[in-house]
Design a protein around this ligand. Structure first.
Ligand SMILES: [Zn+2]
Ligand SMILES: [Zn+2]
Ligand SMILES: [Zn+2]
Ligand SMILES: [Zn+2]
Length: 378
């Protein structure tokens, strides 16, 4: 990762924190809960980026040491190479997100030793006997303000995650424990299924008991594209399923989702890449578009130098609705192909997805780059 990326990553996290995430689905519950999930995903991304960055700095320092001693071969030079810190196994680490904690919280000023004592005192108030009065291995403060707790055992780490709500509330109001989540998409799900119904999660669990261990691991289910107009309701559509359990996620992708008597293929959800509605390019939004020349404005429908909303039928008499007009020659502004510039079939869009221009917006921890592009969505 480049040096600038560190600042970029932090900037992005701050922006998401400040602006929040706009609700994308009518069925998905309050925007605040999505915010919390995305918040945690962004925080977790920034952490990984930061630790990768720090790892590289360590590597660079070692390389410089090696290079300079090889070149000058000075025997008097004291060995200054720092021993590489051993990285603890990921499964022992539990992250406390401080994003929503009070800006003036004393926990932000405390040293790792003081934080460790505070956390252990919070564990002392637990009702879970296995956690009550237990000690953690160590505590680290991250550059983004979050706190990394290293557990003494896999078992303790699991309990810390499972009972995160309880002990973190004793430690810091409004802080939360990161939980990994896996966002999947099931295609061709009959629309007779209602993901917003009270018993929807139980129904999914019931039909997939061999794969999903409990309804509790289903964090969210919703339509990928909510049907706004009930009169044009499709028979089948794509369903987003967010799971807390990696094995269940792998199992569903392997075995497909069983629902309403139908088998629905499941893949890892790849969020659409950022796409500019002015120039149709990927990786930025119109607000941040660097192309100022009016000739660079591209229509998403015909690739002409006009805004998509100004696209007109060339026929006489002219069709009043460009959306339903069959006279406009559909052409992609990015690849020249016979599709709209936001079509999933576009190879330029597929490349943008592979490059991961949107991955930091996704509450997702599996590597989906290799599985991108699962084909047409119903
Ligand atoms: Zn643009
Ligand atoms: Zn046009
Ligand atoms: Zn027309
Ligand atoms: Zn294209």
């Amino acid at each position: 990762m480049k040096k600038g990326d560190k600042a970029k990553a932090i900037g992005l996290a701050d922006r998401v924190r400040a602006e929040g995430v706009h609700e994308v689905s009518g069925n998905s519950g309050p925007a605040s809960s999505i915010n919390a999930v995305v918040q945690c995903a962004v925080d977790s991304f920034v952490e990984k980026a930061l630790s990768a960055f720090e790892g590289r700095l360590d590597g660079l320092a070692t390389l410089q040491e090696t290079a300079s001693s090889a070149h000058h071969d000075l025997p008097t030079r004291a060995p200054t190479a720092r021993p590489k810190p051993a990285h603890p196994p990921q499964e022992l680490l539990v992250t406390i997100s401080m994003a929503k904690a009070d800006r003036k919280s004393p926990n932000r000023q405390r040293s790792p030793a003081e934080l460790k004592a505070q956390i252990e005192s919070s564990l002392g108030k637990m009702s879970t006997p296995a956690l009550r009065d237990s000690k953690v291995h160590s505590v680290r403060k991250l550059a983004n303000g979050n706190i990394l707790v290293q557990a003494n055992s896999d078992e303790q780490a699991k309990l810390l995650l499972l009972h995160g709500h309880e002990w973190v509330s004793h430690f810091e109001p409004n802080a939360c424990v990161h939980r990994k989540s896996y966002t999947l998409v099931a295609d061709y799900v009959p629309t007779s299924f209602d993901p917003s119904a009270a018993g929807a999660k139980t129904a999914v669990y019931h039909d997939n008991q061999g794969t999903i261990p409990s309804p509790a691991v289903i964090r969210d289910i919703r339509w990928l594209r909510p049907q706004k107009d009930a009169s044009v309701k499709k028979a089948a559509s794509s369903l987003i399923i967010v799971l807390d359990d990696e094995a269940a996620a792998e199992g569903l992708m392997h075995r497909s989702l069983s629902l309403v008597g139908t088998s629905c293929p499941v893949s890892l959800y790849t969020p659409p890449p950022l796409q500019c509605y002015k120039c149709q390019g990927f990786g930025h939004m119109a607000k941040a578009c660097s192309r100022k020349d009016p000739a660079d404005i591209k229509c998403a429908r015909c690739a002409g130098s006009h805004a998509t909303r100004d696209c007109e039928c060339p026929n006489t008499p002219r069709c009043s609705n460009a959306r339903t007009c069959t006279h406009i020659q559909v052409q992609c502004a990015n690849c020249g192909g016979p599709h709209k510039s936001f079509a999933n079939s576009c190879p330029v869009k597929a490349r943008a997805i592979r490059m991961g221009t949107s991955h930091i917006h996704s509450p997702l921890n599996l590597s989906y780059a290799s599985r991108a592009g699962s084909g047409a969505r119903a």
